[in-house]
Design a protein around this ligand. Structure first.
Ligand code: SAH
Length: 202
């Protein structure tokens, strides 16, 4: 996975590569899918949930330019795999999952694997996690139709956010959003497909 899927493409950040080497991806998929855990594609793992392709996980992690002391927010915990990758690199990770059963499973899995620097909560990640912010980096792993304003407000000055934005059931663009001294800049970096970001009341 590391050589063929990451190094052979454009993943160069040592911290990202190291995390991708260490985190046991097979622990985050159901037993009947474990044989495919390291394959070069996303995996559907029930309840409308998908673990992104390893390359996309690495790409979205690398682009955040994470440092050890960073505080990071993830929206869309899913299996907890992306959170574990982040938790391998930074001091504190906060991750929000709208499906309560998924949040519960991910929380138990992450603590069983020894990730005690990751907090999981069940809720609507569109709203972020205001009392834990502001964040050095925000990663949204579900596809949004627009950039959630509450997340922009929780991004620190100098912070970076990566989020797939576009129409539901279509191709979205991964947007890299930076906050340079209060000035928000947006850049489309890749076309992607993601499961939709849903809201509690629709
Ligand atoms: N990062 C995950 C994969 C995410 S799949 C992993 O590494 O396994 C997208 C997830 O986003 C799904 O679990 C879905 O339930 C969740 N989701 C969708 N809308 C959400 C919202 N508004 N807030 C939080 N989570 C949401």
């Amino acid at each position: 996975m590391i050589k063929k899927q990451l190094l052979a493409r454009d993943i160069r950040d040592p911290a990202t590569l190291n995390a991708m080497r260490i985190v046991p991806r097979h622990e985050f998929v159901p037993i009947n899918m474990q044989a495919y855990a390291y394959a070069d594609h996303p995996l559907s793992i029930g309840m409308g949930q998908t673990i992104s392709q390893p390359y996309i996980v690495a790409y979205m992690t690398q682009i955040l330019k994470l440092k050890n002391h960073h505080r990071v927010l993830e929206v869309g915990t899913g299996s907890g795999y992306q959170a574990a990758i982040l938790g391998q690199i930074v001091d504190s990770v906060y991750t929000v999952e709208i499906v309560e059963a998924l949040a519960f499973t991910a929380k138990n899995r992450l603590s069983a694997l020894g990730y005690n620097n990751i907090e999981v909560k069940s809720g609507d990640g569109y709203l972020g996690w205001p009392n834990k912010g502001p964040f050095d980096a925000i990663i949204v792993t579900a596809g949004a139709e627009e950039v959630p304003q509450p997340l922009l407000k929780q991004l620190k000055e100098g912070g970076r956010m990566i989020i797939p934005v576009g129409p539901h059931n279509g191709v979205r663009q991964l947007l890299l959003i930076t906050n340079k001294s209060g000035k928000i800049k947006t850049k489309a970096v890749m076309a992607v497909r993601f499961v939709p970001l849903t809201r509690k009341n629709n």
